[in-house]
Ligand binder design. Sequence first.
Ligand code: BV8
Length: 232
Amino acid sequence: MPEYKRIVILSGAGLSAESGLSTFRDKDGIWAKHKIEDVATPEAFARDPERVLEFYNTRRKGAAGVKPNAAHEALARLEREHPGDVLTVTQNIDPLHEMAGTQRLIHMHGEILKKLCNHCGAREPWENDLSTVLACGTCEKKGGLRPDVVWFGEMPYQMEEISRALGACDLFLSIGTSGTVYPAAGFVMEARNAGAHTVELNLEPSEGASMFAQAVHGPATKVVPAFVDGLL
Ligand code: BV8
């Protein structure tokens, strides 16, 4: 394989599936049990905050006991051992990439183990339940605390830095994502326009499969370590 100099990785829920975390759109996925407009929009939070907070309290508890899998470990190894520049952009709100040792990491859709106050904007690590009766530790107001995650209709985090990296990369790896949610699903086109080689590593062809120059299909814990071995 040619020696790549600047690698951008995009990961989605399929990467954490083998660590025991549900994906969104698989048959028993999260959106099979909950409607996006009931639990993952600012309007839902304004309409029924306790229902939204309960949805994330359950997912936070689920994220507490899980461990990174061989795919997370392989991606951390790639960053550690590859001579070029490696940036990992994850759509996932779980902490599995950092637990596996990845350092240059952007949580573009936020983190379940952080809380955000809608009143004052304060962000801090938070591993417990959230409720409307909790007061913010910074502004002392109640009713504004939410998980620090990006809901539908909200702007993902660090989009400037992500676009800059996509415009300069020569290898783009998309791992474990269905390619249904934008702007993340459009990153492959930005990478192609920059002349990068684009690879999809996924259990099965994603909605955006036709936009990738190369596809490797199979479970992440199998295909990702093998692909990383090939790069190193
Ligand atoms: C934005 C965090 C604009 C929270 C998430 C109407 C109104 C408003 C917006 C829109 C609209 N119409 C369209 C939009 C845009 C919208 C969008 O794209 N909607 C979709 C549904 C059409 N996007 C947004 O709203 C975004 N913001 O547009 O802002 C704006 C502009 C200017 C100023 C202000 C605002 C924000 C989207 C972020 C929403 N938050 N998550 C939470 O987690 O609860 S999205 C959520 O779903 C994830 O974060 C992820 O990004 C997304 C997709 O999920 P995937 O990770 O891909 O998981 P999925 O289950 O879908 O697929 C898993 C894949 O893995 C499958 O392919 C499967 O085959 C594979 N797999 C399974 N097992 C394995 C495996 N692969 C390998 N190994 C395995 N073992």
